[in-house]
Design a protein around this ligand. Structure first.
Ligand code: PLP
Length: 381
């Protein structure tokens, strides 16, 4: 099955009791038993729910995995992965992570004895240099948030495999339409389904996809034991979202490339970070491992003052100033004060998340309206 057919049919079956084409919202916590322990495979909805099951099969299908899991949020999915490890285990992560992942690693899991090292994953050598006997996981995000750096997934997973280290990839920015980390050797793919998988800014959800029965079982146990499952109503919405994933991401890719090129040529813009631009530092790796370059980009104005960037941000009319990304509507964000405020200022500066940086989630509106909106907002600077 090709990708766009999988988004619609992957792992799906019509409801056996009614023939409903869409899996209904099974809004139930519990299931009747004919005799103690004798039932139809469903006991209690923390463990299993038919709507969630349909979505989890769709998740597995679009990432070429054997199993998928749906969580209450992207961070709940990440939390589930980290609970595979024990006190004293070492984890290597990228230095340009989603702010909430960084916060979870440094403020929650470090309390329980997990050790983290953050490195620039642009260069595989940086990872090799910090691998220790206790290293159990490499956590990578590519393209990164917000600077759109691209890590070479195949190169990293091959080193990890040779040392028996697990790899997990946060594939939220790329989407399964553009990139499939399991095919490149990763053990776990994680998504904030809040973003492109849901696609309509109407739910918060996380996903994990794997290709191993054993790993799926371990993760499912944690999901069941810790309890951060996605509810049936949200699963229904996400399932509906996934069906148009291919269509949406095609347009996100096209629009973002055009917006990136426009910004790149604009006299008031200093730098554009978009892996689809030939000038991007990782364009070659991006071309190798991605089928499209996604809907996310960041840019920096020549005028470095916070006031100028804020002025532009206040003057968008079509594009909405809000956190989050990946919905059909374009959203713009000031990482230093919004999504990445939880990273200490000194570290933010070192990473390049400064006051002049703007992140844009390019939606699926008519691209000419988006470009006009940016043109007009930049006139105010
Ligand atoms: C939003 C996001 C997350 C966290 O997901 P939630 O659904 O908000 O919990 C993790 N990684 C990336 C790249 C994200 O954009």
């Amino acid at each position: 099955m090709k990708f766009n057919t999988k988004t619609i049919h992957g792992g799906q079956k019509h409801d056996p009791s009614t023939g409903a084409v869409m899996t209904p919202i099974f809004q139930t916590s519990t299931y009747v038993q004919q005799s103690p322990g004798k039932h139809k495979g469903y006991e209690y909805s923390r463990g299993e729910n038919p709507t969630r099951e349909a979505l989890e099969k769709a998740f597995a299908s679009i990432e070429n995995g054997s199993h998928g899991l749906a969580f209450a949020s992207g961070l709940a999915a990440t939390d589930c992965v980290l609970r595979l490890f024990n006190s004293g285990d070492h984890i290597i992560a990228g230095d340009d992570l989603y702010g909430g992942s960084y916060r979870m690693f440094t403020q929650l899991f470090s309390k329980y004895g997990l050790k983290f090292t953050f490195v620039d994953m642009n260069d595989v050598e940086n990872i090799v240099n910090v691998i220790a006997d206790s290293t159990k996981l490499i956590w990578l995000e590519t393209p990164t948030n917000p600077l759109l750096k691209v890590a070479d997934i195949a190169a990293i997973t091959s080193i990890a495999k040779s040392k028996n280290i697990m790899t997990a990839v946060d594939n939220t920015f790329a989407t399964p339409y553009n990139q499939n980390p399991l095919d490149l050797g990763a053990d776990i793919v994680m998504h904030s389904a809040t973003k492109y998988l849901g696609g309509h800014s109407d739910l918060v959800m996380g996903a994990l996809m794997v290709n191993s029965e054993k790993l799926a079982k371990d993760l499912h146990f944690i999901q069941f034991a810790a309890g951060a499952i996605a509810g049936p109503m949200d699963c229904f919405l996400a399932l509906r979202g996934v069906k148009t994933l291919a269509l949406r991401v095609q347009r996100h890719n096209e629009n973002a490339l055009l917006v990136a090129k426009f910004l790149d040529e604009h006299p008031k813009v200093e730098t554009v970070y978009y892996p689809g631009l030939e000038s991007h530092q990782n364009h070659e790796i991006a071309k190798k491992q991605m089928r499209g370059f996604g809907g996310m980009l960041s840019f920096r104005l020549k005028d470095k003052s916070k006031e100028s960037t804020f002025k532009m941000l206040e003057n968008f009319k079509v594009i909405t100033l809000a956190e989050s990304l990946g919905g059909v509507e374009s959203l713009v964000n000031h990482p230093a004060t919004m999504t990445h405020a939880s990273i200490p200022a000194i570290e933010r500066e070192q990473l390049g998340i400064t006051d002049s940086l703007t992140r844009l989630s390019v939606g699926v509106e008519d691209v000419n309206d988006l470009i006009d909106d940016i043109k007009n907002a930049l006139k105010m600077v």
